[in-house]
Design a protein around this ligand. Structure first.
Ligand code: CP
Ligand code: NVA
Length: 330
C-alpha cells in the first residue's frame, strides 16, 4: 500500500512519536560523518518536487535531505509544467509515477494535491497548500519534543491568522494530545478551516480554543507561535491585513503574559516589526532557527518512512529491543 503525507489523517499519536524518535536518530547520525556517509536508504530513488509557490526552507531541506539519503531530487517549477493549465493533474500524477519514487508538491488549492495523490501510484508529500502545512508542524512539534518541552498539557498559543500553518497545528491536536490556542481576529475569513476544527475536536485528549484577545490567549503559554499576516497568494490584501492584525504581534509585552521561560516559534519567512518584533525574534527565548533546521531531519525521517518502510521498521525493532535490553540490565 502506498502512503501519502497530505496531513495527519494517516497517523496516530504512537506513529507520530515513532517518527520523532527516528528523526532524533537521523539528526544524531548526520553529525557522525562516517555513519551518515554510509546511510543511504534512498539509494537509487528519485523524488519529483513541484513548487507552484516560492520557498526557501522547504525546497532546500527536501533537496538536501534527499541527496544526503542517497536519492536524487528533480526540481520542477510549477510555471514550467503548468499544473492543470499546460497539463491535467491526473496525467502529471501518472507520468511522474512512471519516472519517480515520490512527489513533493507545494500548490495553491488543496484539492489539487488530493487529486495528485489519488492518481499517483507513488507517495505524495504536502509541502504546503492554501489549507495546510503539515511538514512544518511535524518539525515544530519535534523541536519541542527533542528539547523535552512536549507533554500532553503543553500550551501552544498561535497568534495571528487562522491560516494553513494554524490549520496544521489544529490537525495535529486531533492526533497528539496538547493544549492549542489560536488568537485571531473575529472576522470569518481569519478563522481556521471548520472541517479541520470539527475533526480535531473529536480528540477529547486535546484542548483546542479559538480566542480573539491575544493577551488572554498568551496567559501561561509554554510556546508563543506566529506566522506572516499575509500568506503567499494573498498579496493584494496586504494593506488591509497590516491594519487588522496590528494587535496580533508577538512582542516583549505579550511575551510577559506567557510562562517565564516560554519559547517563541515562527515558521518563517518573518517580517520583523509586523507579526513579531526584532527583539523577540532574535532574543534568547526564540527557537526559530532550531525549528527551521529540524525541517531537514524530520523530512528525511518521513521520506524513509514513506519510501523505504522496511528500513524504517528495522530501526524501530532494533530501537525497541535495545530499550528492553537496557531495562533488563538496569
Ligand atoms: N516555513 C517554510 O515553509 O518556509 P519556505 O516557504 O521558505 O519553504
Ligand atoms: N502561511 C504562510 C506560510 C509560509 C511558510 C504562507 O502560506 O505563505
Amino acid at each position: 500500500m502506498k502512503r501519502d503525507f497530505l496531513g495527519f489523517s494517516q497517523l496516530d499519536a504512537a506513529k507520530i512519536i515513532e517518527l520523532f524518535d527516528f528523526s532524533l536518530f537521523i539528526k544524531k547520525q548526520r553529525r557522525e560523518t562516517a555513519s551518515a556517509a554510509a546511510y543511504k536508504p534512498l539509494a537509487g530513488k528519485t523524488v519529483a518536487m513541484i513548487f507552484n509557490k516560492p520557498s526557501l526552507r522547504t525546497r532546500v531541506s527536501f533537496e538536501i535531505g534527499i541527496h544526503e539519503l542517497g536519492g536524487y531530487a528533480v526540481n520542477l517549477e510549477g510555471k514550467s509544467i503548468g499544473v492543470n493549465s499546460r497539463e491535467a493533474v491526473e496525467d502529471i500524477a501518472q507520468l511522474l509515477s512512471r519516472y519517480n519514487n515520490a512527489v513533493v508538491a507545494r500548490l495553491h488549492e488543496h484539492s489539487i494535491i488530493e487529486s495528485l495523490a489519488e492518481h499517483a501510484s507513488i507517495p505524495v508529500i504536502n509541502a504546503l497548500t492554501d489549507l495546510s502545512h503539515p511538514c512544518q508542524i511535524l518539525a515544530d512539534a519535534f523541536t519541542l519534543y527533542e528539547k523535552g518541552l512536549w507533554h500532553d498539557r503543553v500550551k501552544v498559543v498561535f497568534v495571528g491568522d487562522g491560516n494553513n500553518v494554524a490549520n496544521s497545528w489544529i490537525e495535529l491536536a486531533g492526533k497528539l494530545p496538547f493544549h492549542f490556542v489560536l488568537a485571531c481576529p473575529e472576522m470569518q475569513e481569519f478563522q481556521p478551516d471548520p472541517s479541520i476544527l470539527e475533526e480535531a475536536g473529536k480528540n477529547s485528549a486535546s484542548v483546542i480554543e479559538i480566542m480573539h484577545d491575544p493577551v488572554t490567549a498568551a496567559k501561561d503559554a509554554d510556546v508563543l507561535y506566529t506566522d506572516v499576516w499575509t500568506s503567499m497568494g494573498q498579496e493584494a490584501e496586504t494593506d488591509k491585513r497590516l491594519d487588522i492584525f496590528k494587535p496580533y504581534q508577538i512582542n516583549r509585552q505579550l511575551l510577559e503574559s506567557a510562562k517565564p521561560g516560554a519559547v517563541v516559534m515562527h515558521c518563517m519567512p518573518a517580517h520583523r516589526g509586523q507579526e513579531i518584533t526584532a527583539d523577540v525574534m532574535d532574543g534568547p527565548q526564540s527557537i526559530v532557527l532550531d525549528e527551521a533546521e529540524n525541517r531537514l531531519h524530520v523530512q528525511k525521517a518521513l521520506l524513509v518512512k514513506l519510501l523505504n518502510h522496511e528500513e524504517y521498521r528495522k530501526f524501530h525493532l532494533t530501537h525497541r529491543l535495545r530499550n528492553v535490553a537496557s531495562k533488563l540490565t538496569r
